[in-house]
Design a protein around this ligand. Structure first.
Ligand code: NDP
Length: 296
């Protein structure tokens, strides 16, 4: 068997186009564009790339982008004051504080300070609670993107065995909640799981969010399984001094056994920003008490 490769890049592009297509009606109804504020503290190179790319994508979707770049030595109170200003700013529908934050700042305190209805990253405990109890809120962008890819590939997920490897608050746990809400039978595996290959082998759906290069092997998979690889790992390339990106799944081995598999790069990665734009558009509609556009 050769698995179908799930093209996350193409799906993400389609989602971004659907978001952009819904913006003019929002502008016509409210007289303003949906707005996303991104706050970056410090000069972490990877974070700078993400923030630039988020700003560019926001503008491309026809939305307003507000960037706040603060020096690495910014204190927690100063950052909390910025968050409070953004909470109160009517032009801002979504607030994203780029993580990780410098050591002197308590990440949990900052996330807790964001208005849950502007928390388009879905990291606030209120939104985690809403997801766990089935109330409308905001779902973290990466697992939301994974769910969209799965539903697009498989249709109805009801009754399927799903194994999520990883239990972080930003990927594994919300992913498990989303799959449970789709009526999957969900197992969450982690570093203490016994006989992980046997657990993974039960799964019709495998979501790998571990951060270990190519840990999940082809012979761990049930034939025909759908495999979503969240991992982004930089490893030495074939030429000296060069690196390449790999996921948490050994792609070529998985492709020989699975029914569907996401590549790295070009699978889950592009979905994250597309879902951020989607969440911002939804936040804007909710704040203006408008029905969110269908099909997002
Ligand atoms: P974390 O480091 O927060 O969590 C990793 C999880 O994997 C933990 O729950 C850990 O278990 C589990 N784990 C570690 N080692 C093993 C093992 N040997 N066997 C089974 N489970 C193990 O990572 P994140 O959730 O933040 O990210 C996971 C991966 O996804 C990373 O590669 C990251 O770069 C990528 N990522 C990609 C995104 C995107 O595509 N846009 C967005 C976010 C993340 P325990 O809890 O027991 O320690």
């Amino acid at each position: 068997m050769t698995a179908a490769t799930i093209d996350g890049k193409a799906f993400a592009q389609g989602l971004r186009e659907r978001v952009a297509a819904a913006v003019p009606a929002f502008v016509a109804a409210t007289g303003r564009a949906p707005g996303l504020a991104v706050v970056l503290v410090g000069e972490d190179p990877a974070s700078q790339v993400y923030v630039r790319s988020k700003g560019k994508s926001t503008l491309e979707a026809g939305m307003a982008s507000f960037e706040h770049r603060l020096p690495a030595e910014t204190g927690e109170d100063e950052l909390l004051a910025v968050v409070a200003r953004l909470n109160a700013d009517p032009a801002v529908d979504g607030i994203l504080v780029q993580l990780p934050l410098p050591a002197q700042i308590d990440e949990a305190a900052v996330i807790a300070a964001i208005d849950p209805d502007k928390d388009v990253d879905g990291f606030h405990v209120i939104n985690a609670g809403r997801l766990a109890t089935g109330a409308p809120g905001f779902v973290p962008c990466t697992p939301l993107g994974c769910l969209m890819l799965l539903k697009d590939a498989l249709g109805d997920l009801s009754g399927l065995e799903a194994v999520v490897v990883g239990r972080s608050n930003i990927v594994g746990k919300p992913m498990a909640q989303l799959l449970l809400a789709e009526s999957c039978t969900v197992t969450v595996a982690h570093s203490r799981t016994r006989d992980l290959p046997a657990v993974v082998r039960r799964a019709d759906i495998v979501v790998a969010a571990v951060g270990r290069p190519e840990m999940i092997r082809g012979d761990w998979l049930k034939p025909g399984a759908a495999v979503i690889d969240v991992g982004i790992n930089r490893v030495p390339g074939s030429e000296p001094g060069k690196t390449r990106l790999v996921g948490d799944v050994a792609f070529a081995e998985a492709a020989a056994v699975a029914g569907h598999v996401t590549p790295v790069p070009g699978g889950v990665g592009p979905m994250t920003i597309a879902c951020l734009l989607r969440n911002t558009l939804v936040a804007a509609h909710r704040r203006e008490r408008l029905d969110a556009p269908a099909g997002l």
